[in-house]
Design a binder for this molecule. Structure first.
Ligand code: 93A
Length: 542
């Protein structure tokens, strides 16, 4: 099934690496047809090349929008030469078939990232290129298609030795080519969906409804969910050592945690990415205050606000020093030398911050050689949250701290006295902090720091017990629950959970409310003289 390569069509935006192909073409005496600047480059490299316009007898026009879009080119790509009828027709029209097509496309994503305006961005939507790629891939029966410069060396060797490619090899190349054009179009789609929303003039005309008859925002939830993610690199392994894994990044937006600059330490692992991303999100919920979070297994084992980064770290670490061992530390302000000193004695996997004082960086780099030190330029942005389920995908807005119920002015006092200024500050802190704790979440706080966290339990009472137990046993037996404030990520279905907190001595509780037994819960607080606020909003985090 091998088909030697006698005639090739080459049209590449990026000319890098083309030399190796040129050399092979010269050696094998391959007939090469090519577009404008690719032809020029190949000619410079000594290849005998025919311009596409000489093949078509039609000049490149419309600022290059029409170069290769011509039957003399496309019939040459699409003729299945194993089909006598196709061969006969080519003969009649005087068209010669191609055995190889080498194309790489206009750099749409690079153009978007460069901040180009709309007109320039649209000009970089390649039309002729994908047509050639798809045509050649469809016609893998007789054509080999190459879109990936990483394959040039392979192609060059098959051109030079005259063997060409087997059918299976051409299919493999075709599969890569279809993946390439699919990703290319998905990237364009991502850009257009963002920039070209449905205009108000169409509101009454066309309404997109889902299968339950509910109107949908088709820019946010298109009928087909398509995104492109570029492979950044593979990881040593996934969540466990028997799982393979890789990191993918958004081709249109190369900022964010996935683009962290690493200033020291071992390569990031899958779990490091998960935990550090969670820690990074957590500290920014506290902005503009200076905050530090210590995260393990996607849950905080301490979170605090401080006057300085060092103070915030000390307070966060003190919440649960045992769990902080091997944790991830995130700070939303510059890491100072004092904070670096505070981190130094603690075994830590990752530290992430917007910046580091030079002395702090040097200390961490030289004294903690294994510590992965990450610098992330920007706070996290709200993006869609995607979760795969068997046979499907769930997509939702990211939960952010901006819901109505996150503003304490909107809270409803339902028991006890209105909180004094300091207590209210702690309640606001606890409410913001609860969002980063896996449900069922109960969090005790004092003086702008967590003192006990109960996370991830399958009933709220257990989370209450856990939070209290941690508050009272982790700090050398000191009773930290008494006088603390408490937050619950969702309502108390019964009074029992709230009662655990009340019995432990908390002075105020903030929770969403909304249970059919709210009255019983409120009654328990009232009876104990404990302040209780309802937010009306919950922050589940699964
Ligand atoms: O503007 S296009 O969409 N119209 C075309 O007919 C066409 N043919 C090739 N873009 C077209 N190309 C693209 O030009 C190729 O995909 C490649 O990226 C580029 C190569 O042009 P040159 O050889 O002039 O640099």
């Amino acid at each position: 099934t091998n088909r030697p390569i006698r005639r090739a069509l080459v049209s590449v935006f990026h000319k890098e690496g083309i030399e190796v192909l040129a050399e092979a073409f010269v050696k094998a005496g391959t007939e090469v047809v090519s577009t404008g600047s690719t032809a020029k480059k190949l000619a410079e490299l000594g290849v005998k090349v025919t311009e596409v316009s000489d093949v078509t007898g039609f000049p490149e026009c419309l600022d290059g929008r029409v170069k290769t879009l011509h039957p003399y080119i496309h019939a040459g790509i699409l003729a299945d030469m194993t089909n006598p009828e196709h061969a006969k027709q080519l003969e009649e029209f005087g068209i010669k078939p191609f055995d190889l097509v080498v194309v790489n496309l206009y750099p749409f994503a690079d153009t978007v990232r460069s901040g180009a305006n709309e007109a320039d961005t649209i000009e970089k939507i390649d039309i002729g290129g994908p047509s050639m790629v798809r045509g050649a891939a469809k016609n893998h029966a007789t054509v080999a298609i190459v879109t990936d410069p990483a394959d040039y060396a392979l192609v060059a060797s098959r051109v030079a030795d005259g063997t060409g490619f087997s059918l299976d090899e051409r299919k493999w190349l075709a599969a890569k080519a279809f993946a390439h054009t699919a990703a290319y179009d998905a990237t364009i789609n991502e850009w257009t969906a963002k920039h070209w929303p449905k205009p108000a003039s169409l509101d009454a005309v066309e309404v997109d409804k889902d299968d339950q008859g509910t109107e949908v925002d088709s820019a946010k939830f298109p009928a087909q969910f398509t995104r492109t993610w570029d492979r950044a690199h593979t990881l040593r392994y996934g969540e466990n050592s028997h799982q393979q894994a890789a990191l993918y990044i958004d081709p249109l937006n190369q900022t964010g945690f996935a683009h962290a600059e690493q200033l020291g330490g071992k390569p990031m692992s899958y779990n490091n990415y998960v935990d550090a991303d969670a820690a990074w999100r957590t500290v920014w919920d506290m902005a503009p205050a200076i905050a530090v979070a210590v995260v393990k297994h996607n849950n905080p084992c301490g979170l605090a606000i401080g006057a300085t980064a060092a103070e915030a770290h000390k307070k966060a670490h003190a919440c649960d020093p045992m769990s902080a061992y091997g944790g991830v530390i995130a700070c939303n302000s510059k890491v100072t030398l004092e904070m670096a000193e505070s981190v130094r004695p603690i075994f830590t996997e990752v530290i992430v911050a917007p910046d580091y004082e030079p002395a702090a960086l040097e200390l961490l780099q030289t004294k903690k050689k294994n510590l992965r030190i990450l610098k992330v330029a920007e706070p996290p942005k709200g993006h869609e949250a995607i979760r795969q389920i068997d046979g499907g995908l769930l997509v939702q807005d990211t939960d952010l701290i901006n819901a109505v119920g996150d503003d304490p002015d909107a809270w409803k006092l339902v028991a006890g006295e209105a909180a004094d200024a300091d207590t209210l500050k702690d309640l606001v802190f606890a409410w913001r902090a609860i969002r980063c704790v896996k449900s069922n979440a109960i969090l005790l706080a004092h003086d702008q720091a967590t003192v006990g966290i109960g996370m991830g339990q399958v009933n709220r009472v257990d989370s209450c017990h856990l939070a209290v137990e941690r508050a009272n046993t982790l700090a050398d037996g000191a009773d930290r629950a008494t006088g603390a404030v408490a937050a619950s990520d969702a309502f108390f279905p019964f009074a029992d959970g709230a009662q655990v907190l009340i019995d432990a001595g908390v002075k105020a509780i903030v929770q969403p409310g909304g249970s059919i037994r709210d009255e019983e819960v409120i009654e328990a607080a009232k009876k104990a003289g404990v302040t209780m606020y309802l937010t009306g909003t919950r922050h589940f985090f699964h």
